[in-house]
Design a binder for this molecule. Structure first.
Ligand code: ATP
Length: 359
């Protein structure tokens, strides 16, 4: 039987609660489907480890993940009020994205049936897009420095790095994705009116790559007015391609118009498969509800669904998506972020029992 090795990092805050539901649901799915197995190995890396041992992950953490022969990584949210955010992010997630060359951050933005968008009157067919975010360079390249700290002469510089290789491969991925998934248009988001070097460069590369895809419509949009278009005309958007920072911001906005941050998944992809790809909910560790058992597990379960798709288990992935949609559409079991009173466990159980009904 096909067997995949999956590294599981529950992370911080609500991470353990939502990742437990994701792993149990994937396990149920393998039993219902019957064609493959998942072998999981858990790692307790994260902020508790940082507070205990001074590092988010072991010094050779990346090598452990690389040597482990993992087919994918399932990650929970990272972040803790006791640890500065730049330490948590640069201590775990960003090094993995960069070292494993996960240059595509794929973020579906869909209003699922039965979920209420805060945009009045919008239906699922009107909010259905995919954000293809650059994931290893740009604003989060980690290039810069601070000098004369704490003095009047203090200087802080954070450089934005766009390379031709990094920009072109990402934009090409967006067009290939559109072609393979029957999507009609790619919208590029930049700010080239005020950033005359890197964003104008991006626009040029976008135009060059677009000319290789005459079957896919393309357009350029300034990021500021694109945020307004997310709200006023979401139905006009299909595939969006953008830099690291812009994608980060747009996808939180996307999650909000799709009904809840607790629903939004993401895939950090190494399309060449030279390293494992990583799958995670886009939400943070939600310290305000951690430990209460009321977090919505769907973002993490849907991230597991993206993992299955990446592994080539398309049939199983489709089964899981169908069941998520059915449970939400039925509207009986909802966590508080969706206006209900169900617990994290009850929503996970509802999805698993619906899955069992497929067998
Ligand atoms: P980050 O900077 O890592 O994105 P954050 O603190 O800005 O983190 P979140 O941790 O994502 O943001 O939390 C933002 C709000 O969304 C909080 O009120 C939180 O409770 C809520 N939230 C986040 N994830 C979930 C979830 N899975 N289910 C329910 N509510 C959630």
């Amino acid at each position: 039987m096909r067997t995949y090795n999956i590294a599981v990092l529950p992370g911080d805050g609500i991470g353990q609660e939502v990742i437990t539901e994701s792993v149990q649901t994937l396990t149920t799915l393998t039993q219902v489907h019957g064609g493959f197995r998942l072998d999981t190995q858990q790692f307790d890396w994260g902020s508790e480890r940082y507070l205990r041992e001074g590092a988010m992950m072991p010094r050779d953490g990346l090598a452990i993940l690389e040597r482990g022969g993992f087919d994918g990584i399932l990650l929970g949210p990272i972040g803790d009020p006791r640890v500065p955010d730049h330490i948590t992010l640069w201590g775990l997630l960003l090094p993995i994205r960069q070292a494993f060359d996960q240059y595509v951050n794929l973020r579906p933005i869909r209003l699922l049936p039965g979920v209420q968008s805060p945009l009045v009157g919008r239906s699922p067919t009107e909010i259905d897009m995919v954000c293809v975010r650059e994931n290893t360079e740009g604003e989060y390249a980690g290039v810069g420095g601070r000098v004369h700290q704490g003095t009047e002469q203090e200087v802080a510089i954070q450089s934005i790095v766009f390379t031709r290789k990094g920009t072109e491969r990402l934009i090409r991925y967006a067009f290939e994705y559109a072609r393979q998934h029957g999507r009609k248009k790619v919208t590029s988001a930049t700010k080239s009116n005020s950033m005359q070097y890197n964003m104008v460069f991006w626009d040029e590369v976008f135009g060059q790559v677009a000319s290789d895809y005459p079957d896919i419509a393309h357009e350029q949009h300034l990021i500021d007015s694109l945020t307004a278009r997310f709200v006023s005309r979401p139905q006009s958007l299909d595939v969006i391609v953008c830099s690291n920072l812009f994608g980060d911001i747009l996808s939180d906005l996307g999650a909000a118009i799709a009904g809840s941050l607790g629903l939004a998944p993401s895939a950090n992809l190494n399309p060449q498969r030279s390293y494992p790809s990583l799958f995670q909910a886009i939400h943070g560790s939600a310290p305000d509800i951690a430990g209460k058992g009321i977090a919505n597990p769907i973002a993490s379960i849907w991230s597991g669904q993206l993992l299955l798709d990446h592994l080539g288990e398309h049939e199983a992935a489709a089964m899981l998506m169908l069941v998520i949609e059915e449970v939400l559409a039925a509207g009986q079991v909802r966590t508080p972020d969706l206006g209900g009173t169900a617990t994290t466990r009850q929503l996970g159980e509802a999805i698993r029992s619906q899955l069992k009904g497929l067998s």
